[in-house]
Design a protein around this ligand. Structure first.
Ligand code: FMN
Length: 337
């Protein structure tokens, strides 16, 4: 079964979720190398983009060689969202040195952060299906690329209205809906309501992607089978673990792929840190690399100490030495057994 989004066909429907502060260009490339067939940017403020904020525009950078990438916007005013989408498709991507337009514009209707929902944005939109329709309609009228929407199960357990909101999005012209099967009230806590995701899939004629709580290849196969969805989207399980995508790809193709060795993980960490520094400059690269390094080494012997030390690293060389020393101590430990 394949999933079509605009002119792109995904063989297996394996998608990297948008994650603010995480799914920048570098991380998207690494996940795509491992098997993510489609990736979504960090959320981008429609309003800030319209004000031509340079940092905001930098989130939208995509190059010709990048994997199929959707740029995600958030906001609540249909005209502002439409203008931002138009800029991303035709204008501001040049300003931020992109060399191609996004595959799709994705609209954020799931962000639970207080400062976002206080403005009526993100998951607050789940409370207003009519506004959902207006936003999707305005955005899809403004761009020629597909418009996709990412929603939650509902606002809280008494208002699980994902089907209603998804229908409003479809009516407004959405080409695909992703359902994160938790309510805003749950934030990122279990359980994920896969039955509700199935209900959305059955109610819609456009493709539906299931998201939430997929932490292994087995989970991915099960969620795809149980929800009947056209694709699955992976968020937290990819943190410090782009390998999850190769494992899921293998499982979807009927193969089994072992978990990566510590050496493979540390090699990935080194590659990630170098790419971050190249893309964002050493200062920002190292600061951002700290959290990724901590995720990569999580669960390895002696990693708590490394995590502490990494937080005071200020140069790429320093960070690399810490990882090299950590690996060497690891090897020494193993050989002594
Ligand atoms: C740190 C973090 C940042 C996130 N940022 C975004 C975002 O910018 N846009 C969005 O639609 N969802 C965002 N999400 C939600 C994820 O895309 C995803 O829906 C959620 O994590 C559930 O999937 P998972 O259980 O596989 O992690 C974020 C989640 C996390 C943990």
């Amino acid at each position: 079964m394949s999933l079509k989004i605009g002119k792109t066909t995904l063989e297996n429907g394996i998608i990297l979720a948008p994650m603010a502060g995480i799914t920048d260009r570098v991380f998207r490339l690494l996940c795509a190398e491992q098997g993510a067939e489609y990736v979504v940017s960090e959320m981008i403020s429609a309003k800030a983009l319209c004000y031509k904020d340079v940092k905001t525009a930098s989130y939208a950078k995509i190059l010709d060689t990048d994997p199929p990438t959707a740029l995600q916007i958030f906001g609540s005013e249909p005209d502002v969202m439409a203008e931002a989408a138009f800029m991303l498709e035709r204008g501001s991507y040049k300003a931020c040195s992109s060399t191609k337009a996004p595959e799709a514009i994705d609209i954020n209707m799931g962000c639970p952060m207080k400062k976002i929902v206080a403005n009526g944005e993100g998951s607050a939109l789940m409370k207003k299906p009519e506004l959902v329709y207006d936003i999707v309609r305005a955005v899809s009228s403004a761009v020629s690329v597909p418009v996709t929407v990412k929603i939650r199960a509902g606002w809280d357990k008494s208002t699980m209205n994902a089907v209603e909101v998804a229908l409003a999005a479809q009516e407004g012209g959405a080409a695909l809906v992703t359902v994160h099967g938790r309510t805003r009230e749950q934030l990122y806590k279990p359980p994920v309501n896969y039955e509700l995701i199935s209900d959305v899939k059955r109610a819609l004629s456009i493709p539906v992607v299931a998201n939430g709580g997929i932490f292994s290849a087995e989970d991915a196969v099960e969620v795809m089978r149980n929800t009947g969805c056209d694709g699955i989207m992976i968020g937290q399980a990819a943190q410090g673990n782009p390998f999850i995508f190769s494992q899921i790809k293998a499982a979807f193709e009927g193969r089994y792929l072992d978990t990566p060795s510590d050496k493979q993980i540390l090699d990935m960490a080194r590659k990630h840190l170098k790419m971050l520094c190249l893309e964002k400059g050493e200062h920002t690269g190292v600061l951002e690399a700290r959290k990724h390094t901590a995720w990569y080494v999580k669960g390895m012997r002696g990693s708590a100490q490394l995590r502490m030390m990494v937080n005071s690293a200020t140069t790429l060389k320093g960070l690399m030495s810490l990882i090299d020393e950590f690996e060497a101590s690891f090897a020494a430990d193993t050989s002594g057994r």
